[in-house]
Design a protein around this ligand. Structure first.
Ligand code: PLP
Length: 392
């Protein structure tokens, strides 16, 4: 007799939907002349000096596994960088681990610290990987709404209202993907106070920390006594235009890094060696490149933000990352999914439905302005035409 067939896959994984961003990315593939404002990655090629450093490392025969924690000069440079930028010193020996992008750092942080049923508070909308990451680590996501009229800031009062005896951590992803929101100093101070009061961990995903415009990024690790309860996550993909190199890092208390390192050791061992040398060069000599790219993004941000408002799609001013998050509820489209599908079909422009980032993203779309001004201008012309036609 034949045994009953069991499901081939893990139920927890099977329940997680694939990323809503990728879906639109794949849809574009067959559309000739499409302009993509869909994927959140710099249009710049990695600066030449960083690329050269990787090539040099290969020519010098640096082709072996590195320490599981990452090459020591890179950890030293990360330590010096966070000390200079955030006023917090991490021990390169025990408190820093180099990871495969911030993606791996987020995953390691949660898997190393959560127990089954632990609640993690996060802003809604937020980066698409957070909820699946929490669920796969056995945690329970608790989404706290952020609002357009509040410039999508995460308010300490709203966080406080979501805290229960099961809350283990707060996940802060600011500057925010998808909204472009940044936190004010009082938000960060209030959230830090709550974390201390309720003995919570903070996962601080600060991958966009350098990409702020006309304002400052306030890091939670710079708050008094937050170093001991924060897992600080940062990387090279966005600020240094290095998405394909896959380098990020986590800084945290040694006790936590030790546990993160074990998972990393048994799954990926180390980040590709040449990529680590490119990242090292980025930290050592990349400051002017970062400033140059931030200047470019700022011009594009101002242009795109104005265009959306001028065409009647209300958009609050994004101050960080590289996204605009216009409200599309004034259009004739029934929802953000249909808006994106129809826009792609009729005008060949890709933007991402806001609901891919959480319930509070509904009625919005995410448009990435890490594209050339010419492309952005053409995409805005097409969107404007689409909105006008849809209304007539
Ligand atoms: C908020 C946020 N965190 C992490 C990541 C992943 O970055 P990485 O390329 O370093 O893995 C992204 C990428 O879009 C992001 O937007």
């Amino acid at each position: 007799m034949k045994a009953t067939r069991r499901p081939l896959t893990n139920a927890k994984v099977a329940r997680i939907p694939a990323s809503g961003i990728r879906r639109f990315f794949d849809l574009t593939a067959g559309v000739e002349g499409a302009i993509s404002l869909g994927v959140g990655e710099p249009d710049f090629v990695t600066p030449e000096r960083f690329r050269e450093a990787a090539i040099r490392s290969i020519k010098d025969g640096k082709t072996k596994y590195t320490s599981n924690y990452g090459i020591r000069p890179l950890r030293d440079a990360i330590s010096a960088h966070t000390a200079k930028l955030r006023g917090v010193s991490y021990d390169p020996e025990r408190e820093i681990i180099v990871t495969v992008g911030v993606s791996e750092a987020v995953d390691l942080a949660m898997r190393a610290t959560l127990n089954d049923g632990d609640e993690v508070i996060l802003a809604d909308p937020s980066y698409v990987a957070y909820v699946p990451g929490i669920v796969l680590a056995g945690g329970v996501p608790v989404a706290v709404p952020t609002r357009e009229e509040d410039a999508f800031r995460l308010r300490p009062d709203d966080v406080a209202a979501a805290i229960t005896p099961r809350t283990r951590a707060i996940l802060l992803g600011f500057p925010n993907n998808p909204t472009g929101a940044v936190l004010e100093k009082e938000d960060v101070a209030g959230i830090a106070r709550l974390a201390a009061e309720h003995d919570l961990l903070v996962y601080a995903d600060e991958i966009y920390d350098r990409l702020v415009y006309g304002t400052e990024h306030h890091s939670i690790i710079s708050q008094p006594e937050m170093k001991e309860r924060t897992i600080y996550l940062a990387g090279f993909s966005k600020s240094y235009a290095m998405t394909g190199w896959r380098v990020g890092y986590a800084c945290a208390p040694a006790e936590i890094v030790e546990q993160m390192m074990k998972i990393h050791q048994y799954t990926v061992m180390c980040v590709p060696t040449a990529a680590q040398y490119a990242a090292l060069e980025a930290l050592q000599s990349g400051e002017l490149e970062v400033l140059r790219m931030v200047g470019e993004y700022d011009k594009r941000r101002q242009y795109m933000w104005r265009r959306f408002n001028d065409m009647g799609l209300h958009c609050f001013e994004p101050r960080g990352a590289f996204y605009c998050f216009p409200n599309i509820t004034s259009t004739a489209m029934p929802d953000d999914d249909v808006f994106c599908e129809q826009l792609l079909k009729h005008e060949r422009v890709v933007v991402v439905p806001g609901n891919a980032f959480g319930e509070r993203g509904r009625g919005h779309v995410r448009a990435c302005y890490a594209a050339s001004l010419e492309q952005i201008a053409e995409a805005c012309d097409r969107i404007e035409r689409f909105v006008e036609h849809a209304a007539s």
